[in-house]
Design a protein around this ligand. Structure first.
Ligand SMILES: C[S@@+](CC[C@H](N)C(=O)[O-])C[C@H]1O[C@@H](n2cnc3c(N)ncnc32)[C@H](O)[C@@H]1O
Length: 280
């Protein structure tokens, strides 16, 4: 999934993009296949591995992973030795794939006695913007870490809704719990992209933007992996959002500053910014 794909008008009925659009796009067989393949064959990016090891130092801490898709990061966390993982997604088809991959992997590893038998992974159907009210999500004593990887947080249309997701994740975590997520960075882009953003700013100023977009910085595009809604923020926006949702910013850096990724990872995903925060 590359955010530089062609912009498209989406559903065409003039309504704003909503969580319904995003859920339908992630339930689409093309997207499900793409993320399932990544969960089976790609695994964690090197930058993800570096950041998880750096900020998630307690293997016994119960973790919550938002927007788990088909389980790429979920299984990566298990491979790193985390023993208590609750992963969730709001797209039913993704949850089904993640559950079946987790079951398959756990059964194979139990046969080979490769993994800690106490390790526990749950995959739930839940919406990040309404997490705390979802049955079965709350963890006694709070989660000891939260993740929302591969720009999933930015696929929530509307800043208020992204703020709600950050607040909800904070509500289910205990103080001191680390949070890790990624975003694009609208200011750190190529010269060509900068020109496109200037043209987009002019369209917004004149009221000529795609009427389905919710905010400046939103994009909706289509490529071989399906249709994608993505909000591309600036750094100051994320810093402000962390500050008002109970998360203390710890660190952020571009992926290319953290690790050198394989060709397969770069084909799967564009440059992004990693964010690490701690529950205040
Ligand atoms: C880019 S995919 C990443 C999937 C997986 N984490 C990975 O890296 O392969 C983003 C995921 O976030 C999920 N998502 C988006 N908005 C969500 C929300 N409000 N609540 C729960 N999941 C959401 C989507 O359904 C999708 O599976």
């Amino acid at each position: 999934m590359s955010e530089s794909g062609n912009s498209s008008g989406g559903g065409g009925d003039g309504a704003k993009f909503s969580s319904g659009t995003v859920r339908a796009d992630f339930n689409d067989p093309l997207a499900v296949m793409h993320y399932t393949r990544a969960a089976h064959f790609l695994g964690l990016w090197e930058s993800e591995r570096v950041m998880i090891r750096r900020f998630f130092t307690d293997l016994d801490a119960p973790l919550i992973e938002a927007g788990c898709g088909a389980g790429r990061v979920t299984l990566g966390l298990r491979d790193l030795g985390f023993r208590n993982i609750t992963a969730f997604d709001f797209a039913e088809e993704m949850v089904e794939q993640a559950r079946s991959l987790v079951a398959e992997r756990v059964a194979a590893e139990a046969r080979d006695a490769k993994k800690d038998a106490r390790a526990k992974i749950r995959v739930l159907l839940a919406d990040a913007t309404r997490l705390a009210q979802t049955d079965g999500v709350r963890m006694e004593g709070g989660y000891g870490g939260a993740l929302f990887m591969f720009n999933g947080l930015m696929q929530i249309p509307g800043r208020e809704n992204r703020l709600a997701a950050l607040r909800e994740l904070r509500a289910v975590c205990r103080a001191g719990a680390p949070l890790l997520f990624t975003t694009h960075d609208r200011e750190q882009c190529s010269a060509a992209e900068r020109v496109l953003w200037r043209m987009e700013a002019e369209r917004w100023a004149a009221g000529r933007q795609d009427a389905q977009l919710v905010e400046f910085g939103d994009r909706y595009f289509e490529d071989e992996t399906g249709r994608t809604f993505m909000h591309l923020p600036v750094r100051a926006e994320i810093l402000a959002d962390l500050a008002v949702t109970g998360w203390a910013h710890k660190y952020d850096a571009l992926r290319s500053e953290i690790a050198r990724e394989s060709r397969a990872v770069r084909d799967f995903s564009d440059e992004c910014r990693f964010w690490a925060a701690v529950a205040a």
